[in-house]
Design a protein around this ligand. Structure first.
Ligand SMILES: Nc1ncnc2c1ncn2[C@@H]1O[C@H](COP(=O)(O)OP(=O)(O)OP(=O)(O)O)[C@@H](O)[C@H]1O
Ligand SMILES: [Mg+2]
Length: 318
């Protein structure tokens, strides 16, 4: 993605190995970075943006939006399931409890859409779930379903797996998996309830669960535009009846813009104009405000200062 015009003070691109103090473990995902020292873990949502499984550039305010949306949901669901959230450290970072994470993406779906629709349309079950015949694209299921994937290492695409196979192959012990299924459905129900009150449909999402030594804990991010799909509730029924695509709270915007330029994930991505970057940034801020019903004020902290604060925290704690 072209980044001409992006103000470097406004974006946090990530940490370099040379930034990391000794004694601190550094993990770099596509979008987030994790710094761990002892029983302290900091998850940093950078401003990197990915589509088609690739990092394509940076979008101002994206990291802060994602961090603050996760914070909102961890607080709003803490009574439903224990989570790893301790507190927000800086606008883009969160202090969490480190856990032993099960390598499963626990996908919960309320509607038949996206990859589930594509599997169904091709006559295949979705992660072992047989979807009833005669359903239409974007139709609501009679009850939410769980369609897990295994979490694969760098570069490999996640692989769909049935709930039965997760237990049969020993990826998760049976009693823990039963608890995870119950928690995932309960979290999703709470998410849908709150989203609905704010005019949105929580369509589907992905959770990760871990063990903190005592109990099952929901970790990673929660109900963010990067891990979830949201539609606007007010137009859903009418558009579904007319066979039109639901109005979505955009994550698809970048993907669609790239596809309009003829890019579908292979080769060098095209240059994205600064207007698109600005548009994306505004969309992330709007997403925060719609989901949480709060205003996102400017943190006033430049990215370098924020990195310093995070590093000094993991270095000495405070
Ligand atoms: N409480 C926690 N304890 C231990 N690991 C955690 C915790 N919360 C999240 N994680 C891990 O932190 C990482 C966050 O990184 P991130 O999601 O950016 O990258 P990724 O999942 O490896 O790859 P991708 O870019 O495809 O999402 C994940 O591997 C996630 O499992
Ligand atoms: Mg991830």
């Amino acid at each position: 993605m072209s980044e001409r015009g992006v103000d470097d003070r406004a974006v946090l691109r990530g940490f370099e190995p040379s930034d990391i103090p000794t004694g601190v473990t550094h993990y770099r995902g596509k979008v987030r970075e994790v710094l761990t020292r002892g029983d302290e873990m900091v998850i940093v949502a950078t401003d990197r943006v990915s589509a088609f499984d690739r990092v394509l550039g940076v979008v101002p305010r994206k990291g802060e939006v994602l961090n603050r949306i996760s914070e909102f949901w961890f607080r709003a669901t803490a009574d439903v399931c224990a989570n790893h959230y301790r507190r927000v450290l800086t606008p883009r970072s969160m202090l969490v409890t480190p856990c032993r994470v099960y390598p499963v993406e626990v996908v919960v779906r309320g509607y038949l859409t996206g990859s589930a629709w594509r599997e169904y349309a091709a006559g295949r079950p979705v992660s072992g779930v047989t979807v009833p015949p005669g359903m239409r694209e974007n139709q609501e299921f009679s009850g939410a379903i769980i369609t897990p994937s295994t979490k694969e290492n760098d570069g490999d695409h996640d692989r769909p797996i049935s709930c039965a196979d997760i237990v049969a192959t020993g990826i998760v012990p049976a009693d823990d998996w039963a608890a995870i299924e119950r928690s995932a459905l309960a979290l999703f129900a709470r998410g849908q309830e709150i989203a609905r009150a704010n005019g949105l449909i929580l369509v589907d999402t992905k959770y990760e669960f871990g063990h903190d030594g005592e109990r099952i804990v929901v970790v990673d991010e929660m109900h963010t535009p990067d891990s979830s799909r949201f539609w606007y509730a007010s137009t859903y029924a009418e558009r579904f009846a007319a066979g039109e695509r639901p109005d979505e709270l955009d994550k698809e915007y970048l993907r669609r813009t790239l596809m309009e330029c003829g890019y579908t994930g292979d080769g060098e991505p095209p240059e994205i104009p600064m207007t698109v970057v600005s548009e994306l940034s505004a969309k992330y801020v709007a997403a925060f405000e719609t989901i949480t019903r709060e205003k996102l004020s400017d943190s006033g902290l430049d990215a370098e200062a924020e990195k310093k604060r995070i590093l000094s925290y993991v270095n000495e704690g405070s």
